[in-house]
Design a protein around this ligand. Structure first.
Ligand SMILES: [Zn+2]
Length: 281
């Protein structure tokens, strides 16, 4: 135990400041996105089987919707630039910019050196949930993804349907690459519909039964051409445990919608980040 200084209370009482005030972030034109969505037509869909993952593709300017069907289920989402796997969803920076959980009007940002919006949330039927008395909220960017390595570390198990493995297999099939080639591209996720937080007393990551019900959905506008992969987590609604076959699991539906011709007007994909990458040399 460290020595408590005489002014400990005063040091703790210092008012926090927001690390990244986000009022200078380029704001999405939600009104335009929503007007465009009203006249958009469905072009494809994929049903993600329980304890498996599936890939989907969304062109820049299109929309994709993830819907709970049949029963409460959380999903682990990965996104890449469809033409460049080095540009992928950056959950840590998205968390730093928007907070621990995301909802309508917030964006999923891409990795360095690209750092631009990949997708913008335009609808969230669980937006009403807010932050509960435990500090829990929905759609987090704080978890990583359930994975067999942590399962082995903690319990010595060999389990093959963690989201990490599901995503790896789905992307390997989609791209015709080996599991070994694909695995390094799988990254920390957006936990769609998952209800999580950090305990106040120990600061530990917690989960609780997701409030999602069949029909609930989270919908995105694709800012760039996207390859997506979604895993229907083996934890089901994540009320008890994952990394096993014990939870009730349900499918997830992903639908893609294309705008009417010319509906987006002069809209263009956001440019890659403007930093010159000289790093001072
Ligand atoms: Zn999972």
């Amino acid at each position: 135990m460290s020595q408590v200084p005489a002014d400990a209370a005063a040091r703790r009482a210092v008012t926090p400041v927001i690390c990244y005030p986000n009022d200078t972030l380029p704001a999405p034109d939600l009104a335009r996105y929503r007007a465009t969505r009203e006249a958009a037509a469905k072009v494809s869909e994929v049903v993600v089987a329980p304890r498996e993952a599936a890939c989907f593709r969304v062109d820049a300017g299109q929309f994709f919707r993830i819907t709970s069907v049949e029963g409460p289920q959380v999903g682990d989402l990965n996104l890449w630039n469809a033409h460049d796997l080095s540009e992928r969803f950056y959950s840590g920076k998205t968390r730093a910019l928007h907070g621990t959980h995301v909802t309508t009007g917030e964006r999923l940002w891409s990795s360095f050196p690209h750092l631009r919006p990949m997708a913008t949330i335009i609808a969230d039927t669980l937006g009403w949930y807010g932050i509960d008395e435990f500090g829990g909220s929905v759609h987090d960017v704080i978890g990583t993804r359930c994975d067999p390595y942590t399962g082995n570390l903690l319990s010595g198990v060999q389990y093959h349907h963690c989201c990490h493995s599901n995503l790896t297999r789905a992307v390997a099939d989609e791209l015709g690459l080996s599991l070994a080639k694909v695995e390094p591209h799988v990254h920390d996720v957006l936990n769609v519909f998952m209800c999580t937080g950090f305990t106040r007393d120990t600061g530990q990551y917690f989960m609780k039964a997701s409030p999602v019900r069949p029909g609930d959905h989270l919908e995105f506008f694709a800012e760039i051409d996207l390859l997506g992969a979604l895993s229907a987590c083996p934890g089901g609604d994540c009320s008890a445990e994952h990394t096993s076959d014990s939870a009730a699991c349900f499918p997830l539906l992903v639908e893609v919608f294309a705008p009417a011709e010319g509906a987006l007007g002069d809209w263009q994909s956001p440019p890659r980040n403007g930093y010159d990458r000289s790093h001072g040399r």
